[in-house]
Design a protein around this ligand. Structure first.
Ligand SMILES: NC(=O)C1=CN([C@@H]2O[C@H](COP(=O)(O)OP(=O)(O)OC[C@H]3O[C@@H](n4cnc5c(N)ncnc54)[C@H](O)[C@@H]3O)[C@@H](O)[C@H]2O)C=CC1
Ligand SMILES: O=C(O)C(=O)COP(=O)(O)O
Length: 413
């Protein structure tokens, strides 16, 4: 057997942010033993140092993966985001460096929807204030400002996986669901699509945000939008901290315009449980503050660990990029009795011809070839028939790496 294919015990995996141990179990079961496990996220500087010899990196929502980190991570092959959001990763930089990024697009959807629903009920009943008062020895037994969820208008911004799941749960409680999304979405149950964000804000008794972090959603809810909301309306944000201007929200709550809020995500979040949480919302009793735990349930975390670790292992073992968030998707059958070579390259004309020329010159029989490209990157997988003992894959790899525009080439097996 040629040595160019990296033995599994030499594949280094760094898991950050205390991903669920199910991830470690899956990777170990698949033969990946070289796993470093860290409970916190790391700063850019720390990351640049720690990722140098790492092949696979696992993170959650806190770790920022920048161009600088990818440039330092010379051996990095894949990143697993053990969460839904991938805004913390410079996906274009990852692609340019030939690094495939995976996530778990709906493993914690239900957890977020359940938390949001619970918060809506708590806020409608003014439980946060009553709870705070009771802890201070107060006794606020009164129906003032307390309402049932039944019949209230719930305005959902972003009708994707979480927004639409919440829509179903809220209707079961008797809420009237309206939503606003930039894409045309199938309204579930009796939900109604509303044509603009402003119209939604004006109609809703409760507004809840379920958009990704993008240039368009940044500070999407600031003073002018808060002013458009009904007096006494409630705001829930379990999406990303950059979607709401937190100072403007604090001002609106303190002025009594908004009736309450539940905020799970913040523009700046502590990097570990030992750090102090600072926010202008601290001390406002009718505001539920949770430490970015929308997706933090045992069920969700265990499933995410299994799903994302499985995707990393599958990519490592088989080359499949199915469901990658930044890469051309190639789904591959296992191919026994052949060697599998991977070539990631800048998408320019003639790359495949050059690869095939190498095969032809070496008199290699290509038994399978799979190519996908996007505007920037091409990913080709080549199965070649060579005897097990042949070292030809070493030569092929060397020649493929010499093709101009090559980002990365590997022998998988
Ligand atoms: N608090 C927590 O722990 C968690 C937070 N999240 C956050 O929730 C976000 C949403 O998650 P999913 O529902 O799974 O995502 P998704 O991608 O299924 O849905 C997002 C929806 O937002 C819409 N959208 C995008 N830009 C918009 C805009 N400017 N205006 C209106 N709609 C817009 C999209 O068209 C899509 O329908 C994630 O991106 C993540 O940031 C996700 C999981 C856990
Ligand atoms: O899934 C997401 O996008 C989340 O925000 C959850 O992030 P976490 O894994 O709890 O850091």
């Amino acid at each position: 057997m040629t040595q160019v294919s990296l033995a599994k015990d030499r594949i280094k995996i760094l898991l950050l942010e205390g991903v669920h141990e199910s991830a470690v179990n899956v990777l170990k079961q698949q033969g990946y033993d070289s796993i470093e496990y860290v409970k916190t996220s790391l700063s850019e500087e720390e990351l640049c140092e720690r990722v140098k010899d790492v092949h696979f990196l696992g993170i959650r929502s806190r770790t920022q993966l920048t161009e600088k980190v990818f440039a330092a991570a010379e051996k990095l092959i894949g990143v697993g985001c053990f969460c839904i959001g991938t805004n913390q990763v410079d996906l274009a930089a990852a692609r340019r460096h030939g690094v495939v990024v995976f996530n778990a697009p709906f493993s914690n959807t239900r957890s977020v929807a359940e938390l949001v629903l619970a918060e809506i009920i708590m806020l409608l009943r003014r439980v946060p204030e009553k709870n705070a008062a009771a802890h201070r020895g107060g006794w606020d037994k009164s129906a003032n400002g307390s309402f049932e969820a039944r019949g209230k208008v719930l305005g959902i911004v972003g009708y994707g996986h979480i927004g639409s799941q919440l829509s179903i749960l809220a209707e079961q409680l008797g809420m009237q669901v309206r939503f606003y999304d930039i894409e045309t979405k199938l309204p579930l149950g009796n939900a109604l699509s509303v044509g603009s964000l402003d119209a939604l804000l004006e109609q809703a008794d409760v507004v809840t945000l379920h958009v990704p972090e993008t240039a368009q959603t940044q500070w999407m809810i600031s003073a002018p939008q808060l002013a458009k909301m009904k007096k006494g309306a409630l705001l829930v944000n379990a999406s990303r901290g950059t979607v709401v201007n937190i100072e403007d929200l604090a001002a609106s709550l303190r002025s009594g315009h908004l009736g309450g809020a539940a905020i799970d995500v913040f523009p700046v979040e502590p990097s570990s449980n030992n750090d102090v949480f600072e926010s202008p919302l601290r001390g406002i009793d009718n505001c539920i503050l949770t430490p970015h735990v929308g997706g933090s349930t045992q069920e969700a975390q265990e499933n995410i660990g299994i799903e994302v670790a499985g995707k990393l292992a599958h990519y490592s073992d088989n080359g499949s990029t199915l469901s990658a968030v930044n890469f051309p998707e190639v789904s591959l059958p296992a191919h026994h009795g052949a060697r599998r070579l991977l070539h990631i390259h800048q998408n320019r004309p003639g790359m495949l011809t050059k690869i095939n020329q190498i095969m032809a010159e070496q008199n290699i029989n290509v038994s399978g070839q799979y190519l996908q490209t996007d505007s920037e990157v091409g990913y080709v997988v080549i199965d070649v028939d060579t005897p097990e003992e042949s070292t030809i894959a070493d030569d092929l790899l060397e020649q493929m790496r010499a093709i101009e525009g090559t980002i990365r080439a590997r022998v998988l097996y």
